[in-house]
Design a binder for this molecule. Structure first.
Ligand SMILES: NC(=O)c1ccc[n+]([C@@H]2O[C@H](COP(=O)([O-])OP(=O)(O)OC[C@H]3O[C@@H](n4cnc5c(N)ncnc54)[C@H](OP(=O)(O)O)[C@@H]3O)[C@@H](O)[C@H]2O)c1
Length: 289
Protein backbone atom coordinates (compact mmCIF):
# COMPACT_ATOMS: atom_id res chain seq x y z
CA UNK A 1 0.00 0.00 0.00
CA UNK A 2 1.12 3.59 -0.62
CA UNK A 3 0.41 5.63 2.52
CA UNK A 4 0.87 9.30 3.40
CA UNK A 5 1.63 9.82 7.11
CA UNK A 6 1.24 13.41 8.32
CA UNK A 7 2.62 14.55 11.66
CA UNK A 8 5.59 12.26 11.05
CA UNK A 9 7.65 13.89 13.81
CA UNK A 10 5.06 13.31 16.55
CA UNK A 11 4.65 10.41 18.99
CA UNK A 12 2.06 8.53 16.99
CA UNK A 13 3.30 9.41 13.50
CA UNK A 14 6.87 8.41 14.27
CA UNK A 15 5.77 5.13 15.82
CA UNK A 16 3.48 4.15 12.95
CA UNK A 17 6.26 4.85 10.47
CA UNK A 18 8.63 2.66 12.50
CA UNK A 19 6.03 -0.16 12.48
CA UNK A 20 5.17 0.02 8.77
CA UNK A 21 8.57 0.80 7.23
CA UNK A 22 9.68 -1.84 4.75
CA UNK A 23 6.17 -3.28 4.32
CA UNK A 24 4.52 -0.29 2.66
CA UNK A 25 5.52 2.70 0.55
CA UNK A 26 5.39 5.60 3.00
CA UNK A 27 5.31 9.33 2.28
CA UNK A 28 6.27 10.86 5.63
CA UNK A 29 5.21 14.50 5.84
CA UNK A 30 6.12 17.00 8.53
CA UNK A 31 5.18 20.61 9.21
CA UNK A 32 7.63 21.92 6.60
CA UNK A 33 5.92 19.79 3.89
CA UNK A 34 2.30 20.43 4.90
CA UNK A 35 1.57 23.32 7.25
CA UNK A 36 -1.75 22.64 8.98
CA UNK A 37 -1.79 26.27 10.10
CA UNK A 38 -2.60 27.10 6.45
CA UNK A 39 -5.44 24.81 5.33
CA UNK A 40 -5.85 26.66 2.01
CA UNK A 41 -2.46 25.46 0.79
CA UNK A 42 -2.84 21.76 1.62
CA UNK A 43 -4.71 20.58 -1.48
CA UNK A 44 -2.10 21.92 -3.88
CA UNK A 45 0.75 20.45 -1.84
CA UNK A 46 -0.81 16.97 -2.02
CA UNK A 47 -1.37 17.21 -5.80
CA UNK A 48 1.87 15.59 -6.86
CA UNK A 49 1.58 12.65 -4.47
CA UNK A 50 0.16 9.26 -5.33
CA UNK A 51 -1.38 7.37 -2.38
CA UNK A 52 -4.03 4.79 -1.42
CA UNK A 53 -4.40 5.99 2.16
CA UNK A 54 -3.66 9.08 4.25
CA UNK A 55 -3.09 8.66 8.00
CA UNK A 56 -3.36 12.00 9.75
CA UNK A 57 -1.25 12.13 12.92
CA UNK A 58 -0.73 15.90 12.84
CA UNK A 59 -2.45 17.78 15.64
CA UNK A 60 -2.06 20.42 18.28
CA UNK A 61 -2.22 17.83 21.04
CA UNK A 62 -0.88 19.94 23.91
CA UNK A 63 -3.86 20.82 26.09
CA UNK A 64 -2.37 24.00 27.57
CA UNK A 65 -1.19 25.19 24.15
CA UNK A 66 -4.72 24.82 22.71
CA UNK A 67 -6.03 27.13 25.47
CA UNK A 68 -3.48 29.84 24.68
CA UNK A 69 -3.42 29.40 20.85
CA UNK A 70 -7.08 28.74 20.09
CA UNK A 71 -7.15 29.98 16.48
CA UNK A 72 -4.12 27.88 15.57
CA UNK A 73 -5.68 24.87 17.33
CA UNK A 74 -8.87 25.28 15.26
CA UNK A 75 -6.87 25.42 12.03
CA UNK A 76 -4.69 22.40 12.88
CA UNK A 77 -7.25 20.18 14.62
CA UNK A 78 -10.39 20.96 12.61
CA UNK A 79 -10.00 23.05 9.46
CA UNK A 80 -7.00 21.28 7.92
CA UNK A 81 -8.47 17.81 8.57
CA UNK A 82 -11.56 18.97 6.66
CA UNK A 83 -9.38 19.73 3.63
CA UNK A 84 -7.65 16.33 3.88
CA UNK A 85 -11.07 14.65 4.03
CA UNK A 86 -12.16 16.47 0.88
CA UNK A 87 -8.97 15.62 -1.00
CA UNK A 88 -9.25 11.93 -0.03
CA UNK A 89 -12.93 11.82 -1.07
CA UNK A 90 -12.10 13.35 -4.47
CA UNK A 91 -9.27 10.88 -5.03
CA UNK A 92 -11.02 7.79 -3.65
CA UNK A 93 -8.22 7.37 -1.07
CA UNK A 94 -8.81 6.09 2.48
CA UNK A 95 -8.42 8.64 5.29
CA UNK A 96 -7.67 7.74 8.90
CA UNK A 97 -7.92 10.77 11.18
CA UNK A 98 -7.09 10.50 14.90
CA UNK A 99 -9.12 12.00 17.69
CA UNK A 100 -9.24 11.63 21.45
CA UNK A 101 -11.29 10.21 24.32
CA UNK A 102 -11.22 13.76 25.78
CA UNK A 103 -14.23 14.65 23.60
CA UNK A 104 -16.40 12.25 25.62
CA UNK A 105 -18.77 13.12 28.43
CA UNK A 106 -16.74 11.94 31.41
CA UNK A 107 -19.33 12.48 34.11
CA UNK A 108 -20.44 8.84 34.43
CA UNK A 109 -18.35 5.80 35.28
CA UNK A 110 -17.87 2.91 32.89
CA UNK A 111 -16.78 2.15 29.35
CA UNK A 112 -17.94 4.39 26.48
CA UNK A 113 -18.72 2.98 23.04
CA UNK A 114 -18.81 5.05 19.84
CA UNK A 115 -22.43 6.10 20.41
CA UNK A 116 -21.71 7.62 23.85
CA UNK A 117 -22.43 11.30 24.54
CA UNK A 118 -19.80 13.94 23.81
CA UNK A 119 -19.03 16.83 26.19
CA UNK A 120 -15.71 18.53 25.52
CA UNK A 121 -14.45 20.46 28.55
CA UNK A 122 -11.42 22.28 27.13
CA UNK A 123 -10.27 23.88 23.86
CA UNK A 124 -8.22 20.85 22.85
CA UNK A 125 -11.31 18.64 23.12
CA UNK A 126 -13.56 21.23 21.42
CA UNK A 127 -11.24 21.58 18.43
CA UNK A 128 -10.75 17.80 18.18
CA UNK A 129 -14.51 17.28 18.23
CA UNK A 130 -14.91 19.92 15.51
CA UNK A 131 -12.26 17.95 13.57
CA UNK A 132 -14.25 14.71 13.90
CA UNK A 133 -17.37 16.43 12.60
CA UNK A 134 -15.68 18.23 9.71
CA UNK A 135 -13.89 15.07 8.52
CA UNK A 136 -17.08 13.00 8.49
CA UNK A 137 -19.15 15.81 6.94
CA UNK A 138 -16.74 15.98 3.98
CA UNK A 139 -16.08 12.27 3.67
CA UNK A 140 -18.47 9.71 5.17
CA UNK A 141 -16.07 6.90 4.16
CA UNK A 142 -13.26 8.32 6.29
CA UNK A 143 -12.32 6.70 9.60
CA UNK A 144 -12.10 8.83 12.74
CA UNK A 145 -10.14 6.81 15.28
CA UNK A 146 -10.28 8.00 18.87
CA UNK A 147 -7.21 7.00 20.87
CA UNK A 148 -6.14 7.50 24.50
CA UNK A 149 -2.96 7.52 26.67
CA UNK A 150 -0.51 6.22 24.08
CA UNK A 151 2.54 4.12 24.94
CA UNK A 152 5.20 2.35 22.91
CA UNK A 153 6.09 5.84 21.65
CA UNK A 154 9.13 8.06 21.24
CA UNK A 155 9.28 10.34 23.13
CA UNK A 156 8.05 8.31 26.09
CA UNK A 157 4.38 7.65 26.79
CA UNK A 158 2.91 6.88 30.20
CA UNK A 159 4.32 3.33 30.48
CA UNK A 160 7.87 4.30 29.52
CA UNK A 161 7.91 7.35 31.83
CA UNK A 162 6.80 5.34 34.87
CA UNK A 163 9.25 2.52 34.18
CA UNK A 164 12.23 4.85 33.69
CA UNK A 165 11.37 6.82 36.87
CA UNK A 166 11.14 3.56 38.82
CA UNK A 167 14.54 2.46 37.46
CA UNK A 168 16.06 5.75 38.61
CA UNK A 169 14.58 5.13 42.07
CA UNK A 170 12.44 8.29 41.96
CA UNK A 171 9.41 8.91 44.13
CA UNK A 172 6.38 7.75 42.12
CA UNK A 173 3.06 9.63 42.24
CA UNK A 174 0.07 9.36 39.93
CA UNK A 175 -3.49 10.65 39.75
CA UNK A 176 -5.94 8.00 40.96
CA UNK A 177 -9.29 9.66 40.24
CA UNK A 178 -9.22 10.04 36.45
CA UNK A 179 -9.97 7.02 34.25
CA UNK A 180 -9.25 6.00 30.67
CA UNK A 181 -7.19 3.25 29.00
CA UNK A 182 -3.56 3.06 27.97
CA UNK A 183 -3.14 2.09 24.32
CA UNK A 184 -0.16 0.62 22.54
CA UNK A 185 0.86 2.35 19.31
CA UNK A 186 1.94 -1.03 17.94
CA UNK A 187 -1.64 -2.27 18.31
CA UNK A 188 -2.96 0.97 16.77
CA UNK A 189 -0.65 0.34 13.80
CA UNK A 190 -2.18 -3.11 13.29
CA UNK A 191 -5.74 -1.79 13.66
CA UNK A 192 -5.15 1.03 11.17
CA UNK A 193 -3.72 -1.32 8.54
CA UNK A 194 -6.77 -3.57 8.97
CA UNK A 195 -9.09 -0.56 8.58
CA UNK A 196 -7.20 0.72 5.53
CA UNK A 197 -7.91 -2.64 3.93
CA UNK A 198 -11.66 -2.38 4.58
CA UNK A 199 -13.06 0.41 2.37
CA UNK A 200 -16.58 -0.75 3.26
CA UNK A 201 -16.09 0.56 6.83
CA UNK A 202 -16.27 4.26 7.66
CA UNK A 203 -17.13 6.59 10.55
CA UNK A 204 -16.11 6.70 14.18
CA UNK A 205 -14.05 3.94 15.83
CA UNK A 206 -12.64 3.65 19.34
CA UNK A 207 -9.09 2.38 18.78
CA UNK A 208 -8.13 0.85 22.07
CA UNK A 209 -7.63 -2.48 23.85
CA UNK A 210 -10.39 -4.53 25.41
CA UNK A 211 -10.50 -4.27 29.22
CA UNK A 212 -11.68 -2.09 32.08
CA UNK A 213 -11.04 1.59 32.89
CA UNK A 214 -7.71 2.38 34.51
CA UNK A 215 -6.42 5.43 36.37
CA UNK A 216 -2.90 6.82 35.91
CA UNK A 217 -2.22 5.38 39.38
CA UNK A 218 -3.50 1.85 38.56
CA UNK A 219 -1.50 1.86 35.31
CA UNK A 220 1.68 2.98 37.09
CA UNK A 221 1.16 0.33 39.78
CA UNK A 222 0.73 -2.41 37.17
CA UNK A 223 3.73 -1.21 35.14
CA UNK A 224 6.14 -1.33 38.10
CA UNK A 225 4.77 -4.74 39.12
CA UNK A 226 5.30 -6.07 35.57
CA UNK A 227 8.83 -4.63 35.57
CA UNK A 228 9.59 -6.26 38.92
CA UNK A 229 8.14 -9.65 37.89
CA UNK A 230 10.18 -9.58 34.67
CA UNK A 231 13.36 -9.01 36.73
CA UNK A 232 13.85 -5.53 35.26
CA UNK A 233 13.40 -3.69 38.59
CA UNK A 234 15.25 -4.71 41.76
CA UNK A 235 12.21 -4.04 43.93
CA UNK A 236 8.56 -3.15 43.38
CA UNK A 237 8.15 0.51 44.46
CA UNK A 238 4.94 1.90 45.87
CA UNK A 239 3.11 4.44 43.69
CA UNK A 240 1.51 7.20 45.77
CA UNK A 241 -2.03 8.13 44.69
CA UNK A 242 -2.79 11.79 43.93
CA UNK A 243 -6.07 13.66 43.50
CA UNK A 244 -6.53 15.36 40.10
CA UNK A 245 -7.89 18.56 41.61
CA UNK A 246 -4.68 19.06 43.58
CA UNK A 247 -2.28 18.25 40.74
CA UNK A 248 -0.80 21.65 39.82
CA UNK A 249 0.26 20.47 36.32
CA UNK A 250 -3.39 19.64 35.42
CA UNK A 251 -4.89 23.13 35.68
CA UNK A 252 -6.99 22.94 32.47
CA UNK A 253 -10.27 21.04 33.01
CA UNK A 254 -10.14 17.38 31.97
CA UNK A 255 -12.92 14.78 31.82
CA UNK A 256 -12.90 12.07 34.50
CA UNK A 257 -14.41 8.88 33.03
CA UNK A 258 -13.47 8.45 29.36
CA UNK A 259 -12.33 4.81 29.06
CA UNK A 260 -13.40 3.67 25.59
CA UNK A 261 -14.99 0.40 24.58
CA UNK A 262 -13.71 -0.65 21.12
CA UNK A 263 -17.23 -1.78 20.22
CA UNK A 264 -17.06 -1.27 16.44
CA UNK A 265 -13.65 -2.93 16.18
CA UNK A 266 -15.25 -5.99 17.75
CA UNK A 267 -18.53 -6.03 15.83
CA UNK A 268 -17.58 -4.58 12.40
CA UNK A 269 -13.93 -5.57 12.05
CA UNK A 270 -14.18 -8.77 14.19
CA UNK A 271 -11.03 -7.59 15.97
CA UNK A 272 -10.22 -9.70 19.03
CA UNK A 273 -7.57 -7.36 20.42
CA UNK A 274 -4.84 -8.00 22.97
CA UNK A 275 -4.83 -6.74 26.56
CA UNK A 276 -2.74 -3.61 27.18
CA UNK A 277 -0.87 -5.45 29.95
CA UNK A 278 0.46 -7.93 27.38
CA UNK A 279 1.77 -5.06 25.25
CA UNK A 280 3.34 -3.48 28.36
CA UNK A 281 5.35 -6.67 29.01
CA UNK A 282 6.65 -6.61 25.43
CA UNK A 283 7.47 -2.91 25.67
CA UNK A 284 9.34 -3.22 28.99
CA UNK A 285 11.43 -6.01 27.45
CA UNK A 286 12.49 -3.64 24.67
CA UNK A 287 13.39 -0.88 27.19
CA UNK A 288 15.47 -3.10 29.45
CA UNK A 289 18.78 -2.74 27.56
N1 LIG B 1 -0.40 11.09 22.89
C1 LIG B 1 -1.54 10.69 23.43
O1 LIG B 1 -1.55 10.04 24.51
C2 LIG B 1 -2.87 10.94 22.73
C3 LIG B 1 -4.06 10.71 23.45
C4 LIG B 1 -5.28 10.91 22.82
C5 LIG B 1 -5.31 11.33 21.50
N2 LIG B 1 -4.15 11.58 20.83
C6 LIG B 1 -4.28 12.02 19.42
O2 LIG B 1 -3.35 11.29 18.62
C7 LIG B 1 -2.88 12.10 17.55
C8 LIG B 1 -1.36 12.15 17.56
O3 LIG B 1 -0.93 12.74 18.78
P1 LIG B 1 0.60 12.72 19.24
O4 LIG B 1 0.63 12.32 20.67
O5 LIG B 1 1.43 11.98 18.25
O6 LIG B 1 0.91 14.30 19.15
P2 LIG B 1 2.35 15.01 19.09
O7 LIG B 1 3.41 14.09 19.59
O8 LIG B 1 2.18 16.34 19.72
O9 LIG B 1 2.59 15.20 17.51
C9 LIG B 1 1.85 16.14 16.79
C10 LIG B 1 2.36 16.17 15.36
O10 LIG B 1 1.61 17.18 14.67
C11 LIG B 1 2.54 18.04 14.03
N3 LIG B 1 2.05 19.41 13.90
C12 LIG B 1 1.74 20.29 14.87
N4 LIG B 1 1.40 21.48 14.32
C13 LIG B 1 1.48 21.32 12.97
C14 LIG B 1 1.27 22.19 11.87
N5 LIG B 1 0.90 23.48 12.01
N6 LIG B 1 1.43 21.69 10.62
C15 LIG B 1 1.81 20.40 10.43
N7 LIG B 1 2.07 19.55 11.44
C16 LIG B 1 1.91 20.01 12.70
C17 LIG B 1 3.77 18.03 14.92
O11 LIG B 1 4.86 18.53 14.18
P3 LIG B 1 6.12 19.25 14.94
O12 LIG B 1 6.99 18.11 15.43
O13 LIG B 1 6.76 20.03 13.86
O14 LIG B 1 5.56 20.07 16.05
C18 LIG B 1 3.84 16.53 15.23
O15 LIG B 1 4.42 15.84 14.15
C19 LIG B 1 -3.56 13.47 17.73
O16 LIG B 1 -4.69 13.52 16.91
C20 LIG B 1 -3.96 13.49 19.19
O17 LIG B 1 -5.07 14.32 19.41
C21 LIG B 1 -2.93 11.40 21.41
Amino acid sequence: MEIVVTGCTGRLGRSLIREWQGEHVLHCLGREDLDFGEPAGLERKLEGLCFDGLVNCAAMADIECCESHLREAQLINAESPRVLARVCAQRGARLIHFSTDYVLDGTREGLKSEGAAVRPLNQYARTKWAGEESVLEENADAIVGRVSWLFGTEPDGIVESVFRSARRGEDLRAVADKFSKPTSVQEIGRMVLALLGRPDLGGLFHLTHPGEPESWWSIATKVVRAGYEAGLLKHCPEVHPEVMERAERLRVARPVHTAMDPARLRTDLHWQGVGWEEEVRLRLGSLSG
